[in-house]
Design a protein around this ligand. Structure first.
Ligand SMILES: Nc1ncnc2c1ncn2[C@@H]1O[C@H](COP(=O)(O)OP(=O)(O)OP(=O)(O)O)[C@@H](O)[C@H]1O
Ligand SMILES: [Mg+2]
Length: 231
């Protein structure tokens, strides 16, 4: 199990409206291995979201390769990439994406119901995650009745429910207070111990509970790397 990134570059094509191309990432090479923990931090616009979306197969490389286990996303079919993502990746997008008419609990359960598990088992795990994120009492409310940070916590619970091999979290704690951020970091740490690889993008340096590889990304390039550090 690994995600390999090989000489990866990503350019956003110009559109009629913008008339410009943007080089978002340049020549990135790194590996994400089973049970590892990695942080990408860097200023706004440095390419963190682009990198996370390339790793999840939502975006495809302009040059170079992203290899999800053995799937080269530059060539693979949408179907194969989607299947891999559904099975192995817990993606927490930067922006809030929840279904308006479903409750918190339903939002967490619905994308996971196709799994080979009983609804009861999934529901128990969902309730446990909500409890851990101090959201249990809000399990029956709709997303619009929650704050931005609370909505993000719902998205985190939704991504973790499948116990993914890879957790790709884009600014998971940026909008959270210290206590909520600590709850999330603690959960990530436990998932890492159980074998998930954790990948976090953040505009500021994050102090995680476990050792991580830390990459500083600037203008689409890795400009600093610390292996197994604590910050
Ligand atoms: N769909 C797009 N079309 C064109 N340019 C884009 C697109 N998405 C991102 N960009 C550009 O690519 C660069 C990297 O954007 P990205 O969202 O990856 O940055 P980021 O590090 O996640 O920033 P932030 O900290 O604000 O979330 C930016 O210059 C941005 O303007
Ligand atoms: Mg971003």
């Amino acid at each position: 199990m690994s995600i390999k990134i090989i000489r990866l570059s990503k350019t956003y094509r110009s559109t009629q409206e913008t008339g410009r191309t943007v080089r978002a990432l340049t020549n990135i090479t790194l590996d994400i291995n089973e049970g590892s923990s990695t942080i990408f931090y860097g200023p706004t616009g440095s390419g963190k979201t682009t990198l996370i979306q390339l790793m999840s197969g939502i975006l495809r490389p302009t040059y170079g390769e992203v290899v999800l286990n053995s799937i080269h996303t530059s060539q693979a079919s949408d179907r194969n990439i989607t299947r891999f993502r559904e099975e192995h990746i817990g993606y927490i997008p930067q922006e809030i994406l929840l279904i308006r008419d479903l409750t918190v609990l339903e939002n967490i359960l619905t994308p996971n119901l196709f799994r080979n598990e009983t609804r009861k088992a999934l529901k128990n795990r969902a309730l446990d995650l909500l409890e851990r994120l101090d959201m249990f009492n809000q399990r029956h409310v709709k997303p619009y009745q929650l704050s931005g940070g609370e909505q993000k916590k719902v998205m985190i619970a939704r991504a973790l429910l499948k116990v993914p091999g890879y957790i790709l979290a884009d600014e998971p704690v940026s909008e959270l207070d210290q206590e909520s951020a600590n709850d999330v970091k603690k959960l990530f740490s436990e998932f890492q111990k159980k074998g998930s690889a954790i990948v976090v993008a953040s505009h500021k340096k994050l102090q995680m509970r476990h050792r991580c590889d830390i990459y500083l990304i600037h203008k689409g390039q890795i400009i600093e790397y610390a292996r197994g550090g604590r910050r």
